[in-house]
Design a protein around this ligand. Structure first.
Ligand code: HEC
Ligand code: HEC
Length: 298
């Protein structure tokens, strides 16, 4: 039998001591913030992108294929070496608000910071508090496989100038509290528009065609028109929409598949009923727009 190296044996009590410290004071003081942060985390769908099926939570995600190349969401567990354990709260807030790393590099917008920039600062801090409760993982992040010239992060700068405005969600005084709650959930957290809105040739969202349906970057699925147009959700009641977001079932039977199945499972099914109802009412109140994206010829 092989002897366990002395170094490893010395290490165990130290690790236990650290775990005890973490489990007592710090974790306790943070638990209110972490509970609120868990709700933000679920609504914003962080898990699916940052976790490989069957892998350690948030230790790095599956391949995300896009027209620009293949991306892998990194390890964002609290591990100080392989995750973001050494980041300050300010580093974290800046990454989500501005799309910039602690080293000043621009992030690719596959990481949906163009939506997350709209989160309030208290929500960002609660989210961080929750992330610190996840088990640290030593899994190294995979590097992206991105086509030239997008592989050069500086090419993101003109993209950001044209398509990105950093800043927190501003409630619209012309609408009631339920509408504003939904607008916040949709724009800042659940980022429905990132899939359901057509993009211009630079990959920026066409705000004039908000939620009118768009083709997914990979595969044949179209993220449907969610406006109350006859080519959209005109025939759905608000209750139909809220139901689909909870259970993934369509009003005429059948279930939501592909990316939307993941959105339901990881995100909208875990939301509070009143938040799903607010989103449904918000969609019913959108200006109706015709679908512009065409189905692929068979
Ligand atoms: C659609 C997939 C997707 C979702 C959803 C997503 N991310 Fe990411 N995330 C990525 C990708 C891809 C990167 C790498 C970006 C790059 O390298 O430019 C990334 C990078 C990050 C980084 C930077 C890590 C580092 O080491 O620099 C942080 C922090 C982060 N994400 C946190 C989150 C949080 C918190 C959420 C939920 C609110 C979230 N992400 C949701 C795909 C995603
Ligand atoms: C990651 C991309 C993505 C995100 C984010 C997303 N969706 Fe979807 N959604 C899709 C796709 C793709 C479909 C089509 C699924 C299918 O054909 O089975 C779809 C379908 C739907 C449908 C069914 C419409 C119909 O006519 O059948 C509804 C309703 C819906 N989404 C609402 C939402 C809402 C509300 C949000 C935000 C809370 C959201 N989606 C976020 C990709 C997305």
């Amino acid at each position: 039998m092989k002897r366990r190296p002395a170094k490893a044996r010395r290490f165990i009590p130290l690790a236990c001591a650290l775990a005890l410290v973490a489990a007592s004071g710090v974790a306790h003081a943070q638990s209110g913030a972490a509970d609120r942060g868990k709700y933000i985390f679920d609504s914003a769908g962080c898990y699916g992108c940052h976790t490989e099926p069957g892998g350690a939570p948030m230790a790095g995600g599956p391949a995300l294929r896009t027209a620009y190349g293949t991306f892998y969401a990194p390890n964002i567990t609290p591990d100080p070496e392989f995750g973001i354990g050494q980041w300050s709260d300010a580093d974290f807030t800046r990454a989500l608000r501005e799309g910039v790393s602690p080293r000043g590099e621009h992030y690719f917008p596959v990481f949906p910071y163009p939506a997350y920039t709209k989160m309030t600062t208290p929500d960002l801090l609660d989210l961080r508090a929750y992330l610190t409760t996840i088990a640290p993982s030593k899994k190294p992040s995979r590097s992206h496989d991105v086509n030239f010239p997008y592989s050069i992060r500086l090419t993101l700068l003109p993209w950001k100038w044209l398509n990105f405005t950093a800043g927190e969600f501003k409630p619209d005084a012309g609408h009631d509290a339920q509408w504003n709650r939904a607008a916040y959930l949709v724009e800042a957290l659940t980022h429905c528009g990132e899939c359901h809105t057509p993009r211009n040739w630079l990959g920026g969202l066409e705000r004039g065609q908000w939620m009118s349906g768009a083709r997914m970057p990979v595969g044949d699925l179209i993220a449907s028109n969610l406006t109350p147009d006859k080519t959209g959700l005109a025939s759905w009641s608000a209750a139909d929409i809220a139901d689909a977001l909870e259970t993934g079932t369509l009003p005429e039977g059948g279930t939501l598949g592909g990316e939307m199945g993941e959105v339901v499972k990881n995100s909208t099914a875990k939301m509070r009923p009143e938040d799903r109802e607010a989103i449904a009412a918000y969609l019913k109140a959108l200006p109706p727009l015709p679908t512009t994206v065409k189905k692929k010829e068979k």
